[in-house]
Write a protein that binds this ligand. Structure first.
Ligand code: SF4
Length: 244
């Protein structure tokens, strides 16, 4: 039995051979850390902020462009909602297939004083698959939830059908209590825009079928071939060791 993350499914879709090198043979190729520096800083800052830590010194250490990005995130209408979980690992089982990921945050609409207490991020919860307490369950059915994903680069070209959207919504659907609505929000910090995908019964069915089909195809694959389209090879970190 194997667990599948969005990154695994996206990698297989782009090139089965790359998937094999990365996830079966477990060959790691160092990449230039500068590519990820801005994103990592903003994600860390967002996590500390949601946990109520003093981030004054960290904010001062940002350069001008990072400060602008951070300002956009802090002012974002979804980021400003009540945070239920930040940097939160999730997992779920669909038939015989396990899927997993790590959410940037789950937020919900503002709740009353008593309920708000029960929604505060609980240190004990981090590192576990989300289970809500009785107070949360009681007040949750009339609430809307949003899964947030902060993007300092570009958002997916087809966000509604992206594997990250599918896996995160399916996992959240299983761990959250009955609710008014559940949506996925890509916060596009480069263009200061939001792309919101509302989870509907039709999408749920489509996502479950797509994920099961893709995971079963990977499990059944014996010969992981490279793809004919070589355009993506130019940017592939495995191109120096790849036989193609
Ligand atoms: S270089 Fe091209 S064919 Fe080789 S693993 Fe990377 S994407 Fe696949």
């Amino acid at each position: 039995m194997k667990n599948f993350s969005p990154n695994m499914l996206k990698t297989y879709q782009s090139c089965p051979l790359k998937y094999n090198l990365k996830f079966n043979e477990k060959i790691t190729i160092p990449q230039n850390p500068a590519f990820f520096e801005k994103g990592k800083k903003i994600h860390a800052l967002a996590n500390y902020y949601h946990r109520g830590a003093d981030i004054t010194k960290l904010e001062k250490a940002l350069n001008e462009s990072e400060r602008e990005i951070w300002k956009r995130l802090k002012n974002n209408e979804y980021f400003s909602k009540k945070c239920l979980h930040s940097e939160y690992p999730i997992t779920a089982k669909i038939d015989d297939i396990w899927i997993f990921g790590r959410l940037d945050a789950i937020v919900c609409e503002a709740v009353g004083e008593v309920s708000a207490r029960s929604f505060e991020v609980n240190e004990k919860d981090t590192g576990t698959c989300g289970q809500l307490g009785p107070d949360e369950e009681k007040c949750a059915s009339s609430h809307s939830y949003w899964i947030l994903d902060y993007k300092t680069g570009s958002i997916p070209k087809n966000p509604e059908k992206d594997f990250q959207t599918m896996i995160y919504l399916l996992c959240a659907d299983l761990i959250l209590p009955p609710r008014k609505s559940l949506s996925f929000v890509y916060i596009d910090l480069k263009n200061n825009e939001n792309k919101v995908i509302e989870f509907t019964p039709e999408l749920k069915e489509f996502y479950e079928n797509t994920i099961k089909q893709q995971c079963r195809e990977i499990l059944a694959t014996k010969d992981f071939e490279g793809k004919e389209n070589r355009e993506h090879c130019r940017f592939c970190e495995y191109n120096k060791i790849c036989r193609y």
